[in-house]
Design a protein around this ligand. Structure first.
Ligand code: FPP
Ligand code: MG
Length: 287
C-alpha cells in the first residue's frame, strides 16, 4: 500500500504520529484499485479517516485502537484532538490540488461523517430501537467516506461516479454492519479491544435492535437491565446465545451479503475483479 508511505512522509515531523498503527487501508485501496494513478488522493483520504479515528477514540474514551494503546490513552485527549486537527487540516490543504469536483465530493463526506458521529453519540443516550435511524447513522458515519472515495477515484479516471458511488455506499454500510456484528461474535484478542463494548457504550447496533424485537417480554426487560452495564461473562453469553438461537447473527450477515451483492452489481459492467474481491472480503473477515 504505497499510499501509506506518502502519508507517513506527510507527518514525519510529528513525534506522536509514529505511535499510530495502520489499519486495513480499505478507503485507500479502493481508490488505487479504481484509479491506479491516485496514490496521493488515497493518502489524503486515509489521512482524513485517521484524523476522524483520533477524535472518535477521544469521544468513545477508547484505550485501544487496532490492538495498541490509542493516542488519547498514550498522550491524553488534548494531543489526540490536536494531532487529529493537524492531520485533518493538512489533508484538506492537499485535497484542493485534485480540483473542485473531487474536493467537494470528499469534503461533503467529511461533513456527513461528522454529523454521523454526532448522531451516534445522541443515539447512544438511550436504547435506540429504530433500525432506520441506525442505518442512516452508519451511512453517514462510515459509508459516506467510502462512497466518496469510490466516487472521487471514478472522477479521477473519467468513469461514471454514480455507479462507483453506489458500489461504495453499499459496501460501506455492509462494512459497518459487519463491524457491529464482530463486536458481538469475536473475542478481545481478535478484535484488539474488549468484546461487546458497543452495548456497554449505549450503542444499539443492528444485532441488538433485532434481538430486542424478537425477545419475549421478560427477556426484553432483562436486556434493558443490562444496557450500558459492565457485562459479566455469563451475561455476555446470555446475549450471544439468544442472538444465535433467534437467528439474529445470520440475519445480519445475510443483510450485509445482500448489500455486497448490490455493490457488485453496480460495477459489474466495468469488470474489475479486485473490486469484487474487496466487496467479498468486507463480509468474510474476522476483525
Ligand atoms: C468510528 O466509529 C468513527 C468514524 C468512522 C467517524 C468519526 C468521525 C468524527 C470523530 C468526526 C470528526 C471528523 C474529522 C475528520 C476530524 P466507531 O466508534 O463505531 O468505530 P470503532 O469501533 O473503530 O471506534
Ligand atoms: Mg469508536
Amino acid at each position: 500500500m504505497q499510499f501509506y508511505d506518502i502519508l507517513d512522509d506527510m507527518f514525519k515531523d510529528f513525534e506522536e504520529y509514529k505511535d499510530i498503527h495502520k489499519g486495513k487501508g480499505v478507503r485507500g485501496t479502493l481508490i488505487t484499485t479504481i484509479s491506479p494513478k491516485s496514490n496521493k488522493l488515497a493518502a489524503v483520504v486515509e489521512a482524513i479517516h485517521l484524523a476522524s479515528l483520533l477524535h472518535d477514540d477521544v469521544i468513545d474514551e477508547a484505550d485501544l485502537r487496532r490492538g495498541f494503546p490509542s493516542i488519547n490513552a498514550k498522550y491524553g485527549d488534548f494531543t489526540a484532538v490536536m494531532l487529529g486537527d493537524i492531520i485533518y487540516s493538512r489533508a484538506f490543504y492537499e485535497l484542493i490540488d485534485f480540483g473542485e469536483k473531487i474536493a467537494k465530493t470528499v469534503s461533503n463526506a467529511v461533513y456527513l461523517l461528522s454529523q454521523g458521529e454526532l448522531e451516534d453519540v445522541n443515539l447512544s443516550k438511550e436504547m435506540n430501537l429504530d433500525k432506520n435511524k441506525y442505518l442512516n447513522m452508519i451511512y453517514k458515519k462510515t459509508a459516506s467516506l467510502i462512497e466518496a472515495s469510490c466516487k472521487a477515484a471514478a472522477v479521477a479516471e473519467g468513469l461514471n461516479e454514480n455507479d462507483f458511488g453506489l458500489y461504495g455506499k453499499n459496501i460501506g454500510i455492509a462494512f459497518q454492519i459487519i463491524d457491529d456484528l464482530l463486536d458481538v461474535t469475536q473475542d478481545e484478542k481478535t478484535l484488539g479491544k474488549p468484546s461487546m463494548l458497543d452495548f456497554k457504550e449505549g450503542k444499539m447496533t443492528l444485532p441488538y435492535i433485532y434481538l430486542y424485537e424478537k425477545l419475549d417480554e421478560a427477556d426484553k426487560e432483562k436486556l434493558k437491565s443490562l444496557y450500558k452495564k459492565d457485562l459479566s461473562e455469563t451475561e455476555k453469553n446470555w446475549i450471544k446465545n439468544k442472538m444465535n438461537e433467534l437467528g439474529i447473527i445470520s440475519k445480519c450477515y445475510s443483510e450485509a451479503k445482500e448489500l455486497v451483492e448490490n455493490a457488485k452489481k453496480a460495477i459489474q459492467k466495468y469488470n474489475i475483479p479486485k473490486l469484487e474481491i474487496i466487496a467479498n472480503k468486507i463480509v468474510d473477515r474476522k476483525f
